[in-house]
Design a protein around this ligand. Structure first.
Ligand SMILES: Cc1cc2nc3c(=O)[nH]c(=O)nc-3n(C[C@H](O)[C@H](O)[C@H](O)COP(=O)(O)OP(=O)(O)OC[C@H]3O[C@@H](n4cnc5c(N)ncnc54)[C@H](O)[C@@H]3O)c2cc1C
Length: 573
């Protein structure tokens, strides 16, 4: 369950080799991914920067496809090094960090994609801090920022201000989960190693677990655990409904347990903050920010100014030109050649929406792209006149409406406000997979009606509808052709595919004809569904582009490609 919030802290020092030095036991957990425990935050904080590009390359154009977070981090860092990123975007700057406003109160916003960001995501917060964005604690179930939470399962309603107030049964579920991950996945030892940034120990633990767990589902893992076997089915079922950190995870049950372990080892499910004013402010700020002290570019240069205010349009073809350049064609026909291209859109789009010449990637990489598995996800928001849920029911002495986890259609309802006597927002329902598919074919109005019906069963007599103002806002990411899904989640047996996608940025073993095109973004990362992975794979691509063009890392600040062989994900046979 969610516990006290802390702000992101300064990075701890790293030894010359890039391998960690021991840190105190109370050092923070970071998203030091066990597949590649490279300290991206230290890399970013180095005073000499990320890389050196020879002056003769200054101004060289590099295509960056996608103006989501990954594409903009890539473009921003390439610009700082003196290269000229050319960003292409099919729709909006921000991608899955998309914030919608309610038209009648434009300051009232709804984050349709990423909305809550774990403080352990240090590379993500590097950019939040750099751009001076304010953050606030996200009102997750039972979090300190959440004044009350209701868990309603099988018609039984439990109200709690803190997890301590929940019935004993839920504590047994939490204890069974803790025992399952400790017994079956060395949870405590891994967290200790992550705290200490002990990369050797992280690798030892993970590399031993990988072959044992790659083919195990999340559900299979808990069902096979001694603790959940002893506790019984009701505990497994309730765990699926209530889960850990952010709430129910049972729609993740068919996914590989490795995906879940990556989340819980790194506290990605804990201590979440939102970006005040909406998550889209981060990519927008990257687009407009003019960093000082860039190589080559004069003060005041930003991505926006390099593009005269707007990215180029949607890409519909990438192929190798006769002169060896990578030719990028836009949907409306303009074609430009580049020595390097970074694609950051969901990888499926490379075969479904962009004609990508087959010979540009090894066939095993194409298999990995096509086998990527995406979660579906749907969210529906309404604006209300005020945060009426804080009204106290005189009969019970409780808040009339609470952050809610339920096994009904809605699954999770979040309450978001910016103070009393102001319009506020209810995220009526946030769902994944099967639960998201139930909404897919319904209109916004039909969705809201059903969601209100579910809430009426949990809160009889509370007239939520009478507080609604304006039109609802709803999204199903799988229905948007520029995404085709919400975020990647490996199925059992997919580790090999992910390893191929992630390590492709180091191209020394590829033939010349397959070099120069780099994959980045959420689904290339090992921690998809978390914006940290979009940032870090963007940094991998920057390393790849610089090396491809003839630049190098800075002495004393080895980059991800320099340490990939040493720390990177192991190959299974
Ligand atoms: C429902 C949902 C909830 C989430 N919740 C969280 C959360 O709470 N916390 C968290 O950390 N992360 C969360 N995430 C994940 C986070 O949003 C992503 O990791 C991140 O935004 C991905 O950024 P990206 O740049 O890799 O990809 P994208 O944001 O998808 O960017 C790719 C861009 O490519 C563009 N594009 C597509 N086709 C083309 C083309 N042909 N030509 C040019 N451009 C093209 C797209 O329009 C898009 O803008 C969530 C995601 C979703 C969908």
């Amino acid at each position: 369950m969610t516990i006290a919030t802390e702000l992101p802290t300064e990075p701890t020092p790293r030894g010359e080799t890039g391998i960690s030095q021991a840190t105190p036991a109370d050092a923070p957990i970071t998203m030091l991914n066990p597949d590649f425990p490279f300290s991206y935050d230290h890399y970013l904080a180095h005073p000499d920067g990320l890389a050196i590009v020879p002056p003769e390359l200054f101004g060289t154009e590099v295509a960056v496809i996608g103006a989501g977070l990954s594409g903009l981090v890539t473009a921003y860092e390439l610009m700082k090094l003196g290269l000229r990123p050319v960003v292409y975007e099919a729709d909006q700057i921000g991608g899955r960090l998309r914030t919608a406003s309610f038209p009648s109160a434009p300051g009232v916003v709804a984050d349709l994609g990423g909305m809550r960001f774990p403080v352990s995501g240090k590379a993500f917060y590097h950019y939040v801090g750099l751009l001076g964005l304010d953050t606030q604690e996200f009102p997750n179930p039972l979090a300190p920022a959440t004044s009350s939470t209701v868990i309603e399962l099988a018609g039984q309603k439990h109200y709690a201000a803190t997890s301590a107030e929940l019935p004993e049964f839920f504590h047994e579920v939490a204890t069974a989960w803790k025992a399952a991950v400790n017994d079956g996945a060395a949870f405590q030892e891994m967290q200790d190693a992550i705290r200490a940034r002990d990369t050797k120990r992280i690798k030892e633990l993970w590399d031993e677990l990988l072959p044992l767990l790659d083919e195990q589902t999340f559900y299979g893992f808990i069902a096979a655990s001694k603790s959940f076997k002893e506790a019984g089915f009701a505990h497994r079922e309730a765990f699926g409904q209530v889960g850990f950190g952010t709430g129910g995870w049972d729609t993740d049950f068919p996914n590989s347990i490795l995906e879940i372990l990556r989340v819980v080892y790194t506290d990605a499910d804990d201590q979440h903050r939102l970006i005040t004013g909406g998550a889209q402010r981060l990519p927008e700020a990257l687009w407009h920010h003019a960093p000082s002290g860039m190589a080559h570019w004069p003060e005041g240069t930003s991505l926006a100014s390099l593009h005269s205010g707007s990215p180029r349009g949607a890409v519909d073809r990438i192929e190798r030109g006769e002169n060896g350049d990578l030719m990028v064609r836009e949907r409306w026909g303009r074609e430009t050649g580049y020595p390097a291209v970074v694609t950051t859109c969901q990888s499926w789009l490379l075969s479904t929406r962009i004609h990508t010449q087959e010979s540009l990637f090894p066939s095993e990489l194409w298999t990995a792209i096509e086998r990527s598995h995406y979660m579906q996800s749907s969210k529906t928001f309404v604006m209300v006149d005020r945060p009426f849920w804080k009204d106290i029911d005189p009969e019970t002495g409780r808040e009339v409406l609470s952050m809610t986890l339920t096994d009904r259609l809605n699954r999770a309802t979040y309450l978001l406000d910016d103070g009393p006597d102001k319009p506020a927002v209810i995220l009526l329902s946030y769902t994944w997979n099967d639960d998201a598919l139930k909404w897919l074919s319904l209109s916004a109005e039909e969705r809201v009606k059903l969601m209100l019906h579910s809430l009426e069963q949990i809160y009889p007599g509370v007239d939520i509808a009478s507080h609604i103002v304006g039109q609802p806002i709803t999204v199903s990411w799988e229905a948007d052709p520029n995404f085709m899904g919400a975020f990647k989640a490996n199925l059992p047996g997919h580790y090999r595919y992910q390893q191929r996608l992630f390590t492709h940025f180091k191209q020394d073993k590829l033939p010349e004809s397959q070099r120069g095109i780099f994959l980045a973004g959420d689904d290339v990362s090992f921690t998809a569904g978390w914006a940290e992975g979009a940032v870090t794979t963007g940094l991998n691509a920057v390393w790849g582009v610089v090396n491809h063009l003839g630049g190098s890392s800075v002495a004393g600040n080895p980059g991800p490609g320099d340490l990939l062989d040493e720390l990177g994900p192991i190959s299974l046979d």
